[in-house]
Design a binder for this molecule. Structure first.
Ligand code: NAD
Length: 471
């Protein structure tokens, strides 16, 4: 099969292969696979120098089997309609896997944000939001965007502000977008959620003694050598949390060069250096590699692609030496490469599961916005009080008194961040186990991606049946 299969076609092929192992009629699979609606927009931007530029953008709503649809907005010069459709469809399956009640959506604006001033980016984002409002492609119960490649809290704040100013006092308007700054209705833990989820997923996979034995590794994350591609939101946080769990980050790859040190690098130190210098060049703690693409082929235990799609292809798959690939990015492995990696025995933890931590915590943020109350606000003090009463009784009965630090640690009520992180951990672990179970039901002959698609198809098909659409 030719490698030149479009991204959306690749996702469809994954669906078809999974569907072969499900009992659903072809018509239902066709309905699940297609994209319900795509809005293509072109609008003018007045640049800071007074010139006019036409900006191209999209919003795709892949599946209306549940409303709202949900998915990020990316700023990328490589964006096109096919990519947006592919990413929106992945969102449908992702949401099903982590059990969040959304259909899949995705948006993109075809720009390289590095080439625009902050004021220009604000004008672009506000105009895009305005266009979405005009066509009912945004709203708390309709379509809820989030950050993605090239976007973050700043853009989400502009979106919520524009939407609110057009929605005329709509009480739930803050829930029109997630990934907002805390002050604009965001939630603690959303910024780092995707990377934290990547860590939980890889940790869970590495805990399986049998699976680790098959690929010649010891169970656990401790001492595992990791290569990270992309040092943005997902890459940086994945690296940070994997390192905190004992893994060694031996290489970090960016579009303009990579760094490599077999003994591991200090993530915060690298982050500060890149922030101050704009590149990895001359970083004192590691060797600089100009050729960032071949750095993907460095010997390591775990490779985490966390930049863009189509990074591991049939061309370089045979040279990839990692035993585990944890797909932080969406679509980093092509369909053909995925087949080769499976044959080679590489354990690929697929994107539609592994990077679902972002949408999971976005769901918590959306719930927070709809309920208009911060998680933990009602119970934090109450639980603290109850815990203190129990501790006092224990101290009275044993005659031992804990020092204030220890007592505080044992009695503290849950903060919003603690609740979010615990909900995320539970979600990622449970979803992994469900996917692994499906793989086991097929005698471990299918890869985790196919198992994940089967799991997702079961959920989406069930939703259609429950609503009587396919009785
Ligand atoms: P980001 O913009 O914060 O970071 C991406 C990083 O990749 C940037 O630092 C960029 O310079 C770097 N990069 C670009 N091309 C590269 C190349 N060829 N080699 C190495 N590095 C390169 O974006 P992000 O939010 O971290 O998203 C990264 C991926 O994760 C995307 O595929 C996105 O769809 C996916 N994702 C993001 C989230 C989220 O919550 N942000 C959630 C799920 C999935």
């Amino acid at each position: 099969m030719s490698e030149h299969i479009s991204f959306s076609k690749q996702v469809e092929l994954y669906v078809d292969r999974a569907a072969e192992l499900t009992p659903y009629p072809q018509g239902l699979i066709d309905q699940i696979r297609i994209t319900n609606s795509v809005y293509q927009i072109q609008f003018p931007l007045k640049r800071d120098d007074g010139s006019i530029e036409v900006i191209q953008a999209w919003r795709a709503e892949h599946s209306h089997h549940i409303r709202p649809v949900k998915g990020g907005i990316r700023f990328s010069e490589h964006a096109d309609q096919d990519e947006v459709i592919a990413l929106a469809s992945l969102m449908t399956y992702k949401c099903a896997i982590v059990d969040v009640p959304y259909g899949g959506g995705k948006g993109a604006i075809k720009i390289n944000p590095r080439n625009y001033s902050k004021a220009e980016l604000e004008r672009i984002t506000r105009r895009y939001t305005y266009e979405l409002v005009q066509k009912n492609f945004i709203g708390p119960g309709v379509d809820v965007p989030a950050p993605d490649y090239g976007t973050g809290e700043k853009e989400m704040a502009w979106i919520v502000d524009t939407y609110s100013s057009l929605s005329n006092g709509e009480l739930d308007s803050a829930a029109c977008v997630t990934g907002k700054p805390i002050s604009e209705g965001g939630i603690h833990g959303r910024r780092e959620a995707t990377g934290r989820g990547v860590m939980f997923g890889i940790r869970e996979a590495c805990a399986n003694v049998k699976d680790m034995k098959r690929i010649g590794l010891k169970a656990g994350l401790d001492g595992k050598k990791v290569v990270i591609q992309g040092f943005g939101n997902v890459g940086y946080h994945s690296a940070k949390f994997l390192a905190e769990e004992g893994a060694q980050i031996i290489a970090i790859l960016e579009y303009d060069g990579a760094i490599h040190n077999e003994k591991g690098v200090d993530i915060e130190d690298v982050f500060q250096f890149r922030k101050e210098n704009g590149s990895f060049k001359n970083y004192p703690g590691a060797t600089f590699l100009e050729d960032t693409r071949t750095a993907l082929e460095l010997p390591c235990d775990i490779l985490v692609p966390a930049a863009l799609e189509n990074q591991i292809t049939s061309e370089n798959a045979k040279r990839i030496q990692a035993k585990i690939i944890g797909e932080g990015a969406n679509g980093p492995t092509t369909y053909k490469a995925a087949e080769e990696l499976h044959k080679k025995g590489v354990l690929v933890i697929p994107d539609l599961y592994l990077n679902a931590g972002g949408v999971t915590v976005s769901y918590f943020e959306w719930l927070k916005n709809l309920s208009h109350i911060q998680f933990g606000r009602m119970q934090k003090r109450f639980e603290e009080g109850s815990n203190r009463k129990i501790l006092s009784k224990v101290e009275e009965l044993t005659g031992k008194v804990l020092d204030p630090e220890e007592a505080k640690y044992l009695t503290e009520g849950p903060s919003e961040l603690a609740l979010v992180n615990s909900g995320l951990e539970e979600t990622m672990i449970e979803a992994y186990r469900s996917i692994r179970e499906i793989q086991a039901k097929h005698d471990d002959k299918i890869d985790l991606r196919r198992a994940a698609f089967i799991f997702a198809l079961d959920k989406v098909a069930n939703s259609y049946y429950m609503r009587g659409i396919f009785p």
